[in-house]
Design a protein around this ligand. Structure first.
Ligand code: UD1
Length: 427
């Protein structure tokens, strides 16, 4: 297993290209199940999770072709074609490795009238139920059974009628599953209190390009008029706002000055607002965002919330940054119940952080020192990398597979801006 060695103290400077968004890609890929025509996705990030999801799609008879691209380039284009669905079963072995596999439930059900998907099982950042995914499909007329660890969903003869659902909790994944089912329902469906993350907008834009009829895109109330058939499309995946936000924190913690090429400021309002309050200068244009941390960093209180609130996926990285800020910051995590696993590791690097339930109190600025650390999820791992960039001495981050799930060629991108980072095989 590889590990990352970071020798802290270098001020980051230069340009980092931002990849296509992992979380958008994970909902755009299953859209291939909705049509017998070819779907070409451009700018897919080259990540373990994306490869895993493409592999899962072959299970249903989806072919994929990858036109040649030079290995040194970031991203890739992939054409997916589901002329015939040969199986509508997503087995445990494939699903357990990747929670997002549940996103095949809606499109498989809508296209074939049935879907059998393994329950995803536990997850490091909390319980993460899928009850809302099932309830919204039931509201559209699906029959759902749970047996032997599988969800078995079926539609009445002639297809799902469609219906209304008011989400008691905002759920990104359940909104995505609902949208991918509703577009092929016989009637009109309405979603209230739907998630409106930029990745949901990206999904709606792709579905619209495939011939779907969706009203209210970008709001929490979506009306979907079902159509009998969707067609193929070519679509470019949106830039990864979490990757961009992570590198903004990395630049800021080193007092650096970095351009995030391809990042979209319009998708990152709360993160950029938080960074400005912490004392980071942000300028954006049509093609990217410039981040500069020339002055002292200031403490700032943060609360995660569904979009347009602060993304829970940015909490850990901002916490690392705040360990170097002057004063006391209070961070509240409202989305997941167990998302402070980076705290004990940051403490081993010298951070002064106290947690109480879903609140963390960060006292700064603290001197960070390199240590051997490891994290149990993707964004927590990134927070340790960020801390390592500002720490004295070497930091070794283990369990690199977490980072490989979500950051395309992380060490290369950090090296581009002058970080001393190296990937080495584990002993
Ligand atoms: C997605 C993102 C993840 C991000 C999260 C919140 C992907 C692949 N992952 O995850 O990176 O951190 O959104 O922005 O896009 N909930 C229920 N019942 C359900 C579904 C969710 O109670 O059926 C709860 C969850 O436990 C959580 C909250 O709703 O407390 C939000 O979760 P959700 O938005 O569904 O997260 P994911 O789609 O899994």
């Amino acid at each position: 297993m590889d590990k990352l060695i970071i020798r802290g103290g270098n001020r980051l400077s230069g340009t980092i290209p931002i990849s296509g968004a992992k979380n958008a890609a994970l909902t755009l890929i299953p859209c291939a199940l909705l049509t017998e025509e070819a779907l070409t996705l451009r700018n897919l990030p080259r990540l373990a999770d994306i490869d895993g999801f493409q592999h899962l799609m072959t299970q249903f008879g989806v072919s994929h072709t990858i036109p040649g691209k030079r290995p040194e380039e970031f991203g890739r284009n992939v054409t997916l074609e589901a002329m015939r669905i040969t199986s509508s079963v997503a087995p445990y072995d494939l699903v357990r490795k990747m929670r997002a596999s549940i996103l095949v439930l809606g499109p498989l059900l809508a296209r074939t009238g049935e879907a059998t998907v393994s329950l995803p099982g536990g997850c490091a950042i909390g319980n993460r139920p899928i009850d809302l995914h099932l309830k919204v499909l039931e509201a559209f007329g699906a029959h759902i059974e749970l047996a032997q660890g599988y969800v078995k969903a079926s539609a009445p003869d002639g297809g799902l009628p469609g219906g209304e659902f008011d989400f008691p909790v905002v759920s990104v994944g359940a909104t995505e599953n609902a949208l991918m089912a509703a577009v092929l329902c016989k009637g009109t469906s309405r979603l209230v209190n739907a998630a409106r993350e930029p990745e949901i907008v990206d999904l709606c834009n792709l579905l619209t390009a495939m011939g779907a009829e969706i009203e209210g895109v970008g709001t929490s109330e979506l009306t979907i008029h079902g159509v009998s058939k969707l067609h193929g499309a070519t679509y470019r995946v949106m830039p990864d706002r979490i990757e961009a936000g992570s590198y903004a924190c990395a630049a800021a913690i080193t007092g650096g000055e970095v351009r995030l090429e391809g990042a979209e400021a319009g998708d990152m309002g709360s993160t950029l607002h938080a960074l400005r309050n912490i004392g980071v200068e942000i300028e954006s244009d049509k093609h990217g965002i410039n981040v500069a941390a020339n002055g002292p960093l200031k403490a700032h209180n943060l609360t995660t919330a569904p979009f347009p609130g602060l993304a829970t996926d940015m909490q850990a990285q901002l916490m690392s940054l705040l360990t170097r800020a002057e004063g006391t910051s209070v961070l509240k995590e409202t989305i997941f119940e167990n998302r402070f696993m980076h705290v004990p590791e940051l403490a081993r690097m010298g951070a002064d952080i106290e947690t109480e339930g879903r609140t963390a109190i960060v006292r700064g600025p603290t001197r960070l020192t390199g240590a051997e650390v490891m994290a149990t999820d993707l964004r927590a791992s990134m927070s340790l990398v960020i801390a390592g960039l500002a720490a004295e001495g070497a930091t070794t981050v283990r369990r690199l597979y977490h980072l490989d799930r979500g950051y395309e060629r992380l060490e290369e991108k950090l090296q581009l801006v002058g970080a001393d980072v190296e990937r080495v095989g584990d002993d």
